[in-house]
Every structure is written in C-alpha cells, then in structure tokens.
Design a protein around this ligand. Sequence first.
Ligand code: F6R
Length: 608
Amino acid sequence: MCGIVGYTGTGQAAPILLDGLAKLEYRGYDSAGLAVFDGKKITMQKAVGRLKVLSEQTHDGEMMPGTSGIAHTRWATHGAPSRINAHPHSNVERSISVVHNGIIENYLKLRNYLAAKGYVFESETDTEVVAHLLDYYYNGDPIEAMTKVMHRVEGSYALGILFLDHPGEIYAVRKDSPLIVGKGKDGNLIASDVPAVLKYTRQVYFIQNEELTRLTEKDICFYNVEGETINKELSTIEWDVDAAEKGGYEHFMLKEMHEQPKTVRDTLMPRIRDNDVYIEELGMSDDEIRAIHRIHIVACGSASHTGMTAKYVFEEMARIPVVADLASEFRYRDPILEKNDLVIIISQSGETADSLAALREAKKKGVMTLGIVNVVGSSIAREADKIMYTWAGPEIAVATTKAYSAQLIAQYLLAIKFAEARNIIGKEEVAELLKDLKKLPDQIELLLHNKGNIQRFANRYIAAKDVFFIGRGIDYAISLEGSLKLKEISYIHSEAYAAGELKHGTISLIEDGTLVAAVITQEKLYKKTISNVVEVSSRGAFVLAVTNEGNTEVEKVADYVIYIPETSHYFTNSLAIIPLQLFSYYVSVGKGCDVDKPRNLAKSVTVE
Ligand code: F6R
C-alpha cells in the first residue's frame, strides 16, 4: 500500500509533499520519491529506505524549488525496492511524471505493446507503463490522454500526474484505489489518504471510481471517463489525525479486515486470464509441475493455518500428497526431502526466523523452494528459488487478517494450476472454480456488513474463560485460525479441535455455558460434525455455528448460526474466517484489550 501526495499553490511544493508523505508513513513503504515543477522543468528525487533519507537528500525539499509537485511512498509489488523502481516514473523526454498506487494487471501486455513501438523502459514497475502510455496518447490535452489510458489499463490505480506543458496544474484519477482532493487556502492537494492533507485543510472531495481531476492553485475541476465535467460535493473532515490514519476505523485490525475484499482481488485478478490461471512468476512449465511428487508447506502461526487449508485443497483437487508443517518443527527434524519435492514457505513478513531457517534447511537439501510472501524484497522473498507475492499491502495490526486471506488465495491458485497441469481437472472445472474465486471479494464484503450482529454476540462473551473451536477437514484448519485470533487479542483461553477428536479427552472440559464455535462448511462432513455439536450441547455447551447458506439443519442443534454465502467447498475458509475474525475483534474491544498490539507479541518474529 503506497502513499500519494500532490500539491499546487503559492507555497513551495517540496516541503509540503515531504510533510504529507510523513503523515502516510504508517501505511508502510520501502522507498520514496517526489517530482517538483518550477514552471520550466520537472525535477525528480528518489531514495530507498526511510523518508529521512529523501529529506536529507533534498535538504528538506529546499533544493527543489517549485510550487507544484507530486510525491510517493512505495511499497514494492512489481520489482524490488530500489531507486530505479521508486516513483515518480516518467516518459523518455521527462515531460510527464506519474505516481501510482495499485496494480496494473495487464502491464506485461502493455509493456510489450509499447516496447514494440520503440518505448524504452528503465524500471521493472507496472507504473512506468502508465507514463509511456500517457506519452503515447498525449496530444496537448491531459484529460483526453488520461481517459484513453483508462480504457487500456486493467486493474486498480490512483494516479497523480504532472505535464510539463501545463505548469501550475496537477492531474489525478482513480479506480479501486483511494484518492482525495484537499481544497486549501494557499493551494490545492491530492492524497491517497486524508492524514496527508489535514495540516492544510479539512475540506476534501472524495474521488469516486473512474473520476478524474485537474487542480490549479485556485481551481479544482472533475471529469468522468468520457472527459465531461462533473460536479462533486465538498466534505468536511471531523476526525483527528490519529483516527484519520486508520481511515476512520477504530483500530488497524478493523481497517485491515475491511481491506480483505481488495486484498483478495489484488492477489487474484492479475493471475486470471481467459478463464485460466497464470502464475508467471513461478516460471514452471506443466511438465515441471508434473515432475513434482510431493509438497511440503511450511510456516508459522496463522500462515501455517493457511498451509493446513491448502493441504486439504491440494490433496483433493490436485491429488498430490502434501505435508503441512510448522517451521519451528521442520527446521530441527532433519526432514526427509526428496529430489522431486517442492517446499513452499508461507510468510507475511518474509522475515520470520523459523520460516527462514526452514527455507534454508530445504535449500541445503537441494529441493526446490517457493516463497509465498507479502513483503517484497524480504529475506524469504530473496532466498527462495521461486517467489509468489500476496498483494495485501502493509499489515500493521499484529493479528493478521488481510495477509492471511491473501495467502489462502495464492495457494488456491497454485492448487488449481497443479490440478490442471496434472490433468486432474479440466478447463470446465477450472472455469467453475475461477467463477467462485472471483465472487469472494463481494461475498467477504457482505459478511463484513454483518458486523453489528457479531458485535452484539461477542459482547456476551467478554467474560468467557474458555472457548473451543471445532471442525473437520478444512473446517478444522479454519477452527485453528479462529481460535488463535481469539486468544491472541482477547487473552481468553481457546483451543481448536478436530471435531472427531473431542471425545478422546477434551470433551471433559465442556461445562454448562462453555462457548463452542463449530465450523460446518464441508457438505460431506455435515452429519459428522453435527453429531459432535450434539455431543457438546448435551453437556451444556452454547454452540455458535458457522455454516453454508441453506444448511438450516444446523439451527436444530446450534444456539446461534452464522451463514456464509455459497462457494466451492475448497474456498469456504475465505468466508468462514470473516465472522470469526470479527468475533475475536469485538471480544477484544469489549474487554478493553490493546487490539492492534496485544501483549507479548510482535508483528515480525525475527527471533527463535
Ligand atoms: C497471528 C499472526 C502470526 C503470524 C506468524 C507468522 O495473527 O499474525 O501467527 O502468522 O507469526 O508470521 P509471518 O507470516 O510474517 O511469517
């Protein structure tokens, strides 16, 4: 998740831009840059690392005179964190400067198209394609060029743009990536998030999808994708800066839960074309995929729960054996790895000590390794033989939610790829599965809307001593994550059990009123899990069930039922986990815990 700021007015732009970027630091970034226009030329400066480096490099902006400009903090997606990949990006003549948030999904196609027309690319980014495409269409009218670009690019974007022959003006447009315009006294601003402009104004316009804007010192105009002028309403921001950083949400965890539809879309859509899965970064032919005989999925904590889910998915869908392992166990077990094995390491941070050690252990044994990682350029991303990124953006709350969702998606896609290459499923089944995957973002959105009911339910359990989560198959993997979420942020003891295993000991802990959350999304196991629900409820448990729409049988045995929308049985984790995340969150809030920074925990566990 990158940050954008732009300014045009009577003041010096560079210090305002640097200040605005500083307000967006909380979003996470690995490099930064700005372009300032003094009316004659556009100057650019970029730096890797903290904003401090860019501030020092530009003497706090003093060495970049000019009253309009655009700036950016980059969280690497396409291409490693480096000066050359940092924004702004330009056309060859340096007469168009662009900053971009989001992902251009068809950038490779566009890059090839432009390269064939003689355009030379400097960076590995998807953004540079936009700069050259603007150049290709530009005929003196920025709005016309921008709308033409909008018709060509697919994906999500918020763009801030300078044109050399339009001094004193900045241009911006958005689709599926936030962007606001601030109406200031001594000039106007654009930003990807409200905190960047609050020092200068509380009067903002929220740009909607496929709307464009042109700003000068005094005027702000808005256009639709046809280039026609539109009117927009000015809003007044009432929040303080702290709340604004969280986008109006009370906690980062809540904000990140709400970002899950986008995270899922961003991780999924660039890898789907023509009803098929393309994981170009894998660089593996179908023959190479077929040569793999066994997969080991190795990770820690929540990431390992996605691995456990993937085990069920891979084995059933692609008929390939999978060992799901904890990195802290794997690394010391002298694991038996064979020539045709693939070791997949899953990690949000890419720095988890045990996961990194597991990766090194696997490499030492000479097997192929694949990292599924969120932080571009992190240790695991650098050291794994192959890398597949989850595009969740920076996650700030210690308890993972959106990175977890993105990890699931990456593994579903891999499983489909493997199943297809191994001829276990055909084109039609792939198309059906992709149809269900594409529905997930909206379905997650729907579940998030139900948060009021879940909050009311959660409030009844803030004094709970023990909570049990039960399920079978994928539902067991979901239970593991539901239980971890609850205990880590609410400090309530909870355990996840494979539902059939309860009666071998744990059931003795069930007392009158004990909360048992039963996950029942696997149709072929409905009856079995329902029997386990009956076992616990007859011993006094209060049963919360999460099940599929239409499975009303559950209402006969459970005390409170949450339904998830219809999807393939492989993908139910992506939906069932949402109410469980919300439940944990509201219990934690109700207890007054530090939701985003629970005691004794760190976001990145870089020690053993
Ligand atoms: C729990 C949580 C942790 C992480 C685990 C692995 O909410 O966030 O269990 O999943 O520490 O971290 P990464 O994915 O960074 O390797």
